[in-house]
Design a protein around this ligand. Structure first.
Ligand SMILES: C[S@@+](CC[C@H](N)C(=O)[O-])C[C@H]1O[C@@H](n2cnc3c(N)ncnc32)[C@H](O)[C@@H]1O
Length: 122
């Protein structure tokens, strides 16, 4: 389920996060954070009043993030990215402004890999 034996490189992190409109991102969702290779750089760039919800199926990664990152903006959740709508609504959170996926698509069933994110209402 991890899908990779090495974490993403700094070049990839800078390239992917270079696309984010940080000023207007109040809720950031990260799928498959693992040990937090993207999580920490996201928090470094994120606004003080923004939130980062990480969703990983592996509870050990969720515990590790909780223990190793002391940041009130971080909400680490154990669960599947396929349940993102419920995970956000259970916590009274709105739709995400930005979603970053670190998921190994090779491990997802086709229906999950092709599902569209819910659309912003209002
Ligand atoms: C390749 S690692 C990514 C690690 C890190 N984001 C990086 O880029 O270095 C993939 C992660 O996705 C998690 N994962 C796999 N399937 C998932 C799913 N359906 N929902 C949430 N997380 C999932 C795994 O537990 C693992 O932590």
């Amino acid at each position: 389920m991890v899908g990779s034996i090495i974490p993403s490189s700094k070049i990839l992190i800078d390239k992917m996060l270079g696309r984010v409109d940080w000023e207007n991102t109040k809720l950031f969702v990260e799928y498959g954070p693992g040990v937090g290779t993207f999580t920490r750089p996201i928090l470094e760039r994120m606004a003080p009043d923004a939130k980062l919800v990480t969703i990983d199926t592996n509870p050990e990664f969720t515990s590790y993030l909780k223990e190793s990152i002391d940041d009130e903006r971080l909400v680490p959740v154990t669960g599947s990215a396929a349940d993102v709508e419920k995970i956000l609504s259970d916590r009274g959170l709105p739709d995400a402004d930005f979603v970053l996926s670190g998921l190994p698509f090779s491990t997802l069933p086709p229906v999950s890999a092709t599902r569209s994110p819910r659309r912003r209402r209002g």
